[in-house]
Design a binder for this molecule. Structure first.
Ligand code: FE2
Length: 314
């Protein structure tokens, strides 16, 4: 499943209902946010992109069709699933025609909800594929990135995973929708400069000179991306994704808050993927150990604010 379509919002005035649905969805790997009223949900969808919205039909401030209209008027493209005590069949059908994805009647089994959310996510994935295909951009671009990663089979799928981890951190951070898209693209493109590094050098025991050449990949990547204005907003994140909080990184030795936000996020996402994946010269670390290592480097290699969010997610 494409991890980019797993952002969900639960809307219910009852805190315990919100928390219990959140618990089950997070267990299934979804990224979950909650809102206690229709209005709070509307405020959230103005800023964040949710693929699936699970809402009580009888919200105190916005009921049924009114909530659906408010979502649509504020640009929501997520699938809406209503939970209702006793749904009126006629109204349910009319709302499904207007764009509601489906209904769940109380009491419902958790497996049924999981199944519905999974179907909604799959629908979003297909829609996205079509949009990407239409725009003729993401598909070929992802393919290009996959091809670069696959030059060393230990790096296969690396950029997609970094994109997934970076997205989770960016959403947890509450970054604006448009900026999240830029970070997503930068995360996918972060190692594109590896194309300028000889294949035989990738992943083997490195001399000082080899290391210097590999350390050029953010600069090469930024240069490649600068050739197309579509990538303009991604350049700072790609160029600085190997900077360290204490200034010991490269290529510029930037420190602390001088490191662009996208670069801080991609940096931690990249290291997390690198150390939890087998390489030709060492075995993968367990998630627990990788987590400990990253937390240990908070305030040294990594920005403490990003480490705090990382701890919540992983
Ligand atoms: Fe890199």
């Amino acid at each position: 499943m494409d991890e980019g379509q797993k952002n969900t919002l639960i809307v219910d005035s009852d805190f315990h209902i919100r928390q219990s649905i959140k618990f089950f969805l997070e267990r299934d790997g979804y990224i979950v946010d909650t809102a206690g009223s229709g209005q709070e949900a509307i405020e959230k969808i103005k800023t964040f992109l949710f693929n699936v919205i699970i809402s009580s039909y009888n919200l105190p401030d916005l009921k049924g069709a009114d909530f659906l209209n408010a979502l649509q008027n504020n640009g929501s493209t997520g699938e809406l699933i209503f939970i209702s005590d006793a749904p009126d069949v006629k109204e349910a059908i009319s709302l499904i025609r207007k764009g509601v994805f489906d209904y769940l009647s109380k009491p419902f089994e958790i497996d049924k909800m999981s199944f519905l959310v999974q179907r909604a996510v799959e629908k979003q994935r297909l829609i996205n594929e079509i949009i990407n295909f239409k725009s003729g951009f993401w598909g070929p671009f992802k393919h290009l990135v996959e091809t670069i990663d696959a030059r060393d089979h230990f790096l296969s799928g690396h950029s997609e995973k970094v994109r997934d981890y970076a997205l989770r951190i960016a959403y947890e951070m509450g970054i604006q929708k448009k900026d999240v898209k830029d970070i997503e693209l930068a995360a996918l493109a972060h190692d594109i400069g590896m194309i300028g590094v000889p294949v035989l050098m990738v992943g083997k025991g490195l001399s000082e000179k080899d290391r210097e050449q590999i350390n050029m990949h953010p600069v090469i990547g930024a240069r490649i991306l600068a050739m197309n204005p579509v990538f303009a907003a991604t350049i700072p994140s790609v160029l600085h994704h190997h900077e360290a909080y204490d200034g010991s990184g490269y290529p510029k030795g930037l420190k602390g808050d001088d490191i662009p936000l996208g670069a801080r996020i991609i940096n931690i996402a990249e290291i997390f993927d690198a150390i939890t994946t087998d390489r030709s010269y060492r075995d993968a670390m367990s998630i627990d150990r990788a987590r400990t290592e990253i937390i240990k480097d908070s305030g040294r290699k990594f920005h403490p604010d990003v480490v705090e969010l990382f701890k919540k997610i992983f």
